[in-house]
Write a protein that binds this ligand. Structure first.
Ligand code: URA
Length: 237
């Protein structure tokens, strides 16, 4: 499902303002009936402009190896964003990051043109699992494992129970089922430790492709896309 003005804009009919004007003028029809409502959601209807069928914009689903030093944002006036790492074709299609990784966090970032999919995957209701590798300042303790397991109270919320596996003295593998701001770093801080490096290895059913280098991306395979829709509880479009 996509808003009519968004669909037309993605299909190359101009900016949102320009396509709204087209719609207002009665030049756009859904299944042959003129539609003057730019906010109308379109699902399977045939869309025409001046009687000519509109080719829906391509849907893209990507995995990126987010490097350190770029922000996860659609656009930023001062800093380099993950969008600066994508070719024009994906930007034009409306690809957006699914959730956020901090500027200094590396690893798996999913980007998609499907806003509903993105929304579902980051919804706190869905508990999509993410695995992070953390290097910490202090030696990890057995009590930390128990604290993570119990759910750590933070200033504004109590983190859901999470798994902390001690891989080495200062190397942990953390599995969380939510994605609040600075969550993993804050959980370690609450245990009197500090994250020095954070890397996301998995997101829901997806694993970071070992052939990707930092800053590179690839399109998801058909199987990966299906698994992502399944994790989101959505039918694939
Ligand atoms: N938790 C954090 O603290 N930072 C991230 O980038 C992701 C999860």
């Amino acid at each position: 499902m996509i808003r009519l003005d968004k669909l037309l804009s993605h299909a190359g009919f101009g900016s949102r303002t320009q396509v709204k004007e087209l719609i207002k003028k009665g030049r756009v029809a859904l299944d042959g009936i003129v539609c003057r409502d730019a906010s109308r959601n379109v699902e399977n209807e045939s869309v025409t402009v001046d009687g000519k069928k509109v080719q829906a914009a391509s849907a893209y689903h990507l995995m990126m190896y987010k490097p350190s030093g770029v922000v996860t944002a659609a656009d930023d006036p001062k800093q380099r964003t993950v969008m600066d790492l994508l070719p024009e074709k994906y930007l034009k299609s409306g690809c957006m990051p699914v959730g956020r990784l901090d500027k200094d966090t590396t690893g798996l970032l999913v980007l998609t043109t499907d806003g509903e999919l993105a929304h579902r995957l980051i919804s706190p209701k869905r508990h999509v699992q993410k695995v992070y590798e953390a290097i910490t300042r202090e030696v990890l303790k057995r009590e930390d494992v128990l604290a993570f397991e119990k759910g750590i109270p933070l200033k504004d919320f109590t983190a859901l129970p999470a798994e902390l596996e001690i891989v080495e003295e200062r190397v942990a593998r953390v599995t969380v089922f939510e994605g609040k701001y600075h969550q993993v770093k804050r959980m370690f801080l609450a245990c009197g430790n500090e994250v020095m490096k954070l890397h996301r290895a998995t997101f829901g059913p997806l694993q970071l492709d070992e052939h990707l280098s930092p800053g590179l991306f690839r399109e998801l395979t058909e199987e990966e896309i299906d698994s992502l829709y399944l994790a989101a509880g959505l039918e694939r479009k």
